[in-house]
Design a protein. Structure first.
Length: 202
């Protein structure tokens, strides 16, 4: 499946999710047995740990379709980066989606300076450059800036990812999930869209 087909499939799945018409594809016994022999996910999703943003559900995907890496504020720490590198190098996954979401608690903590523990302070520190770059106290605006910054950060921190991008084997896209509507908004221009999918493919 090429990058255009993958994006169409994800957009169609998101539309089904928004419309309450989930198909729950590839979740049967035959799929489990096939995947026991190996995996070939179509996309990596670096998403937030927020319980309201499960990528497999948001995109109506099946078992083995997405390689999901989640951390509060979709921070690409060393372990998250290693997971993404594994998917790109070992599994040949051609797409990485950095999926932020509206009303993100981690970003809100960075905007408001709410720090409760040393670990949370480290999290806020990682997001703070995005707060400064956004030049606003709007959490959702900072989330979008942060997603774009993470997209740029991945190849900057990983030679393997940078080479895959340079070779045309990997695309990295920022996106924003809207909690209230279920819409996944693609923050960079996407050249393909699902049929009749204007809402999900802004």
């Amino acid at each position: 499946m090429d990058i255009h087909a993958i994006l169409r499939d994800l957009k169609q799945g998101n539309r089904r999710f928004m419309e309450g018409a989930l198909r729950h594809p590839r979740q049967d016994e035959a799929t489990r047995m096939r995947l026991a022999r190996g995996q070939s996910p179509k996309a990596v999703v670096l998403g937030c740990a927020d319980s309201r943003v499960p990528p497999e559900v948001v995109f109506d995907q099946g078992v083995g379709d997405l390689f999901v890496v989640r951390s509060a504020g979709n921070i690409p720490d060393t372990y998250a980066l290693a997971g993404i590198e594994y998917a790109v190098l070992a599994l040949q996954t051609p797409l990485v989606i950095v999926l932020g979401h509206t009303q993100c608690g981690a970003v809100q903590a960075a905007v408001q300076g709410n720090v409760l523990t040393p670990a949370l302070e480290a999290l806020v520190d990682a997001i703070q450059p995005s707060v400064e770059a956004a030049e606003t106290d709007s959490v959702d605006e900072v989330v979008m800036v942060h997603a774009r910054r993470v997209v740029a950060e991945l190849p900057a921190r990983s030679e393997a990812i940078a080479q895959a991008v340079a070779d045309g084997r990997l695309h990295i896209l920022p996106a924003l999930y809207h909690l209230g509507t279920g819409v996944v908004e693609w923050l960079d221009e996407v050249q393909v869209s699902a049929p009749d999918d204007e809402v999900a493919a802004k």
